[in-house]
Design a protein around this ligand. Sequence first.
Ligand SMILES: O=P(O)(O)O[C@@H]1C[C@H](O)[C@@H](CO)O1
Ligand SMILES: Nc1nc2[nH]cnc2c(=O)[nH]1
Length: 250
Amino acid sequence: MLKDQVVFNYKDIPNFPQSTVHGHAGRLVFGTLKGRPCVCMQGRFHLYEGYPIQKITLPMRIFKMLGVETVILTNAAGGLNQDFKVGDIMVIKDHINMPGFAGNNPLVGPNDERFGVRFPCMSDAYDRELQQLAVDIGQELGYGDFLKEGVYCVLGGPSFETIAECRILHKLGADAVGMSTVHEVIVARHCGMRVVALSLITNLVVMDYDSQEKANHEDVLQASKLRAGQLERLVSTVVTRIDHPNSNLI
Ligand SMILES: O=P(O)(O)O[C@@H]1C[C@H](O)[C@@H](CO)O1
Ligand SMILES: Nc1nc2[nH]cnc2c(=O)[nH]1
């Protein structure tokens, strides 16, 4: 996908966390996409891996210091919205930070003023122009049938949700549930990077006690593979169409 690649294994980057999740490669890839400089994480970090929340989000601050202006995040998520299907791509318009309700927020602790303010606003966490750009490009690419918009809810994991938990998340207004992204978004926004985020709906959560369905990571990986090409195309087209005031890293 990227031209002129320079690749660093996470294990060779001092103080960088290591990917422990099957399917997360653990490489930082620099390169260009249609002439635009980009850096991609192949593998991210999650609360359930046991890392402190500040370590999970360290890459965001590194990207800021490298000159990154826009962050594009993707994740695999379980569909709560009854209109969603496996394989849908949801443009995230907002989030519910469940660990944050219990005080588990990546900005807890002394505020580093070099990055941002003590009390950052999150009502504009997901850049509206970029959301619209993603939707427009999705339509242009012919993804209309499986392109959705919605609210992503993060939980700590690693256990998938119970039926009662799924029912309450749905009632709270979440359209999809996952185990990542939100902490990265908070740190990226704190330091002023623009954010657009996409969820691939890899499974539909179980909300019915008569259902025999069971969430599992293999299905998540399998469903991710099915849409990988289309998601990559959407992300790369967004990258090439983002306005860059300083023409910096994405
Ligand atoms: O890193 P993401 O959020 O895409 O990974 C999802 C959530 C869990 O880590 C895992 C569950 O199968 O996939
Ligand atoms: N928490 C959670 N994360 C997921 N990642 C992919 N599917 C799911 C899911 O159903 N629940």
